[in-house]
Design a binder for this molecule. Structure first.
Ligand SMILES: Cc1cc2nc3c(=O)[nH]c(=O)nc-3n(C[C@H](O)[C@H](O)[C@H](O)COP(=O)(O)OP(=O)(O)OC[C@H]3O[C@@H](n4cnc5c(N)ncnc54)[C@H](O)[C@@H]3O)c2cc1C
Length: 487
């Protein structure tokens, strides 16, 4: 065999190398899907995950300390969007999944220093008549205004609109202020005045288009949900699930499903270059790695700088998505020091109440085993939209401020026996009005580079199932491209 033939043979035998930038749930889901596809197709691939920090998981961080299980980021995920649950089952995590108990699903709304139950069947709009009519949460005027949704005409324009404008138009300002604003704030940490209804809550925009009324659409959906059995894996689980030992279990299972050496920590990527079919990944540690494909699974504020060198316009589009910070304050109390029965999963706080928190979950009651018996772990969410002015205060100030408000709402008579503050800086993408158009621009530009895919919570949903879907979809698209090229 000549030297040239040998060289060709060696390069033919070299595995196809794919780099995944970012070791959060989106990046790890992409890497795991690549390993599944590679095993199925027989194509020899090498996937390397480059994570900038010293640990995997991104905003997912479960910490065990003093007999407590504390979630610094997400504490559960929804099963009605199938992707995260399906992944868990493929990873063999079935026995580790836990559900919220059916009895304690009630949510309260903080109103004038008291907790008022959200009427049964009420999510963003009422679906059940009696609990809604008799609820003390809304005024008579508020209830009548909400009912107008059933006769108000559809909006003529098909363009995007803010969450505030959409819900105030359909249901009135009381429903918006008491329900929509706190629910949205608890998910996005964002002001609904700037949030796009088509990007953040597209199902409601579709309800108006299809049914003309949110109340009628939600009632029909609830009736058909009650009538029809849930399909697929979701049929076996409650709406929200978590893990016995915290959300970290999903990250650990993904990491251990990948071949050893495929994950490299403390490798912040500084820049990405391309010359058509090949990619060069440059890290802050002055390493340069050649690859056949790359998946960029980092927040767009970081992704912008990575692509800027080869496509400044794509970099510009990515940098237009802004991020918000949030703080999670965990406080542990003796059960005997709380007079409220805590007969629910937690409460949301309307911004008009003027409190520094937007939501509080009764963490150790929602999921058992998270705190010692006779104690209660409370987890409070402070989004930037309502508490920006105190975000740079120190931990003891924040714990104190939250404790003072909880004392009033829950009848707490003693100081917390433990507190922990977790900060998630610039972690939540803001789906501003016009977000769907911005994503279309980004996609159009990214399609010019079939060897590169984008994944993460900035594009088509912020929840864990959306991130899993985004990572897996990116892996499937890239793998198809690589298979095509290697034939
Ligand atoms: C407080 C909070 C509570 C939440 N609660 C829930 C919940 O209960 N349920 C739910 O479904 N969702 C929840 N979410 C949303 C969900 O957790 C996130 O959207 C999701 O985890 C984001 O994952 P990701 O991989 O896209 O991004 P990230 O988690 O941000 O991961 C990105 C990774 O990329 C790394 N990185 C960044 N730049 C570089 C670089 N240049 N080079 C290499 N690596 C880099 C980062 O270090 C990080 O590890 C919550 C979010 C927050 C902040």
């Amino acid at each position: 065999m000549s030297y040239w033939d040998e060289l060709m043979q060696t390069s033919k035998n070299k595995p196809v190398r794919i780099i995944v930038v970012g070791g959060g749930i989106s990046g790890l889901s992409a890497a795991h899907r690549l390993s599944e596809l590679s095993a199925k197709s027989g194509l020899d691939t090498e996937t390397i995950v480059l994570e900038g920090s010293g640990r995997l998981g991104g905003v997912i961080s479960s910490e065990v300390t003093d007999g407590l299980l504390i979630e610094g980021g997400p504490d559960s995920f929804i099963t009605t969007k199938p992707w995260a649950l399906d992944l868990c089952l493929r990873l063999g995590l079935e026995s580790k999944l836990i559900e919220t108990s059916d009895e304690s699903r009630r949510i309260f709304v903080a109103r004038r220093d008291k907790l008022v139950p959200m009427p049964e069947g009420f999510s963003f709009a009422p679906t059940r008549l009696a609990p809604f009519i008799f609820s003390p949460l809304f005024s008579l005027h508020g209830k009548l205004r909400m009912s107008l949704d059933m006769v108000l005409p559809r909006r003529k324009s098909k363009g995007d609109e803010s969450v505030k404008s959409f819900f105030t138009r359909r249901l009135g300002s009381e429903a918006f202020n008491l329900i929509v604003q706190p629910l949205v704030s608890g998910i996005y940490g964002a002001s609904p005045e700037n949030l796009s209804v088509r990007a953040a809550l597209p199902q409601f925009a579709e309800m108006e288009e299809k049914h003309g009324s949110l109340i009628m659409a939600m009632r029909r959906a609830a009736q058909s949900r009650n009538g029809a059995k849930k399909k697929g894996n979701a049929a076996r689980y409650n709406q929200f699930v978590s893990f016995r030992e915290g959300m970290r279990e999903l990250i650990d299972a993904l990491a251990s499903s990948l071949p050893e050496g495929d994950i490299q920590l403390n490798k912040p990527v500084r820049r990405i270059e391309t010359s058509g079919n090949t990619w060069k990944i440059l890290t802050n540690n002055n390493e340069s790695i050649d690859a056949d494909g790359v998946i960029i699974a980092v927040p767009t504020i970081h992704a912008a700088g990575l692509v800027d060198g080869f496509d400044p316009l794509l970099g510009d589009y990515l940098s237009q998505i802004k991020y918000a910070s949030s703080i999670v304050v965990n406080l542990l109390y003796k059960r005997e020091d709380i007079s409220h029965p805590l007969d629910g999963v937690g409460f949301v706080v309307p911004q008009i109440e003027g409190l520094p928190i937007s939501a509080c979950s009764f963490s150790s009651l929602k999921f058992t085993g998270r705190a010692p018996p006779e104690t209660v772990l409370l987890r409070c969410f402070m989004g930037e939209d309502i508490s920006k002015e105190v975000h740079d205060k120190d931990d003891s100030y924040l714990s104190g401020a939250v404790h003072n408000k909880l004392s009033v709402l829950l009848g707490i008579t003693s100081e917390p026996v433990f507190s922990m503050v977790k900060r998630n800086l610039q972690s939540m993408p803001q789906y501003a009005v016009g977000h769907p158009e911005r994503i279309a621009q980004i996609n159009q530009r990214a399609e010019l580079y079939p060897g590169m895919e984008l994944a993460g919570n900035a594009y088509n949903g912020v929840g864990i199932p959306d991130c899993v879907h985004s990572g897996e979809e990116a892996a499937e698209k890239l793998f198809k491209h690589i298979e095509r090229n290697s034939n």
